[in-house]
Design a protein around this ligand. Sequence first.
Ligand code: GLY
Length: 422
Amino acid sequence: MNILIVGGGGREHALAWQSMLSPSAKQVFVAPGNAGTDNERRVNNVAIDADDTAALLDFARNNAIDLVIPGPEGPLVSGIVDQFRKHGIDCFGPDQAAARLEGSKNFAKEFCRRHNIPTPDWHTFTGLQGAILHIQQAPLPLVIKADGLAAGKGVVITSDREEAIATVEEMLSGRRHGRAGQRVLMEEFMRGEEASFMVMSDGVNILPLASSCDYKRRDDGGRGPNTGGMGVCSPAPAINPDMHERITNDILQPAVHGMHQDGCPYKGFLYAGLMIREDGSPTLLEFNCRLGDPEAQAVLLRLRSDLPALCRTALHDKLDGCRLNWDRRVAVGVVLAAAGYPGEVRKGTPIRGLNRAEAIKSMRIFHAGTRKANGHIVTAGGRVLCVTALGGDIAQARTAAYQAAADIKWDGMFYRKDIARF
Ligand code: GLY
C-alpha cells in the first residue's frame, strides 16, 4: 500500500520509518517531513503543510494513497479524518468530534466526570473576576490550562499568585493563545510520577502500546519551563504489569467505551498523560488524540509488528485478538534542542557529526526541526533531533544514547543530562 504520514517532527519520522518496514508498504510519503525523512530509503517528502488538508487530499487522490496517518493534533482537531473519509481514503485517527478529547480540555474533563475516569478536580473560567477569586484562595501550586490547543505551551504551573493572575489575564484576553485561551481551567496539583500510556483504538477495543515516560521540563532535575518533551524512556519504570492493567481497565478502556456510548466512537491513537500518585493510583492529567512526541520515537523503535496493517485493521475490523510484538530491550531517547527553545530559536545552523552517530547499531537518530540547505543538514526548529537507543537495561540504553549525542554538534545545541536516570 501507499502510505502518507502527515507532519514534520520526530514522531512523524518514527512513523515513516516504521511504515517503511511494513511488508505491505509500497511507497511512504511524508508531508512536509524533514531532512531525516528525506534521507530514509523508500520514503519521499512532499512539500505540503500538515494543516493544508485540501492539498493533502489532492495529493492522496493523485498518488493512489491507501492509508493516511496524521501525526500532530492540529489537523485532527480541525477534522482531517472527516475530510478523507468523505473521499473514501483511510485516515487513521479520531474524527473531529472524537478529537475534542484533546481539542478542549473542558470537554475532556466533563467526559471524565461522566464516565468515572479519575482526574484531578478542576474549575473552568471565562471571566477574569471569578478566576482571580479562585487564585486568591486556592492551594498552591496552581495548575492553569488553556482550554484549546496551544502548541504545547498551554499549561502553566506556578506558586506565585501574582504570576497566576497575570497568566489568566493574558489567556482570557486572547493575548496569549488567541481563542484557545479564552476559557481557562484551574486544576488541583497532583504529586507522583508522570507516565505516558498510548493505545490504538478501533472505536470499541483497545490495543495498548508499550508504556513510556517523557521529561517535560527543559532543564535537569525537572527545572525550567515546560517543553514538548526533552527525552523519553520506554518502558516507564513506574508501570509494572499490575499498573498496566489498572491503567487499561480504569482509564483507557472506559474512555473508548465512553466515547462510543456518547455517540462519537474514537478510532486512532489515544494518549493518556498520567500521574501515578504516591498511593499508587493512576490519575489522568490529559488526553491527546495522537502519539506523544518524543514518546513515539522510543515506543516505535521497539515495535516489531506491522503498524500500517494494524491501522487498517482498526479502521475496518476489530483489534480484539490482535497483539503487538516488542523488542524486549529498553529504549532511551535524548532530545537535542536549539538555544532559546522553548522560546524563539535561530534556524539554519549546520549540524555536524550525524554520520558517526547514525552508523551505530541499535540506534536511530529521529529528526524533528531539520532541513537540507546546500547539501548540509541544518537546524529548522526548537527540538532538532531525538537520539534514540536500545539497550539491555535502562543504563545501557542511556549510555548508548548519550554517547551518540556527544558526537553531534552545532552552535547553541543543548540537551538534558538526566534522561532515564531514575
Ligand atoms: N510529550 C508529550 C506530548 O506529546 O504531548
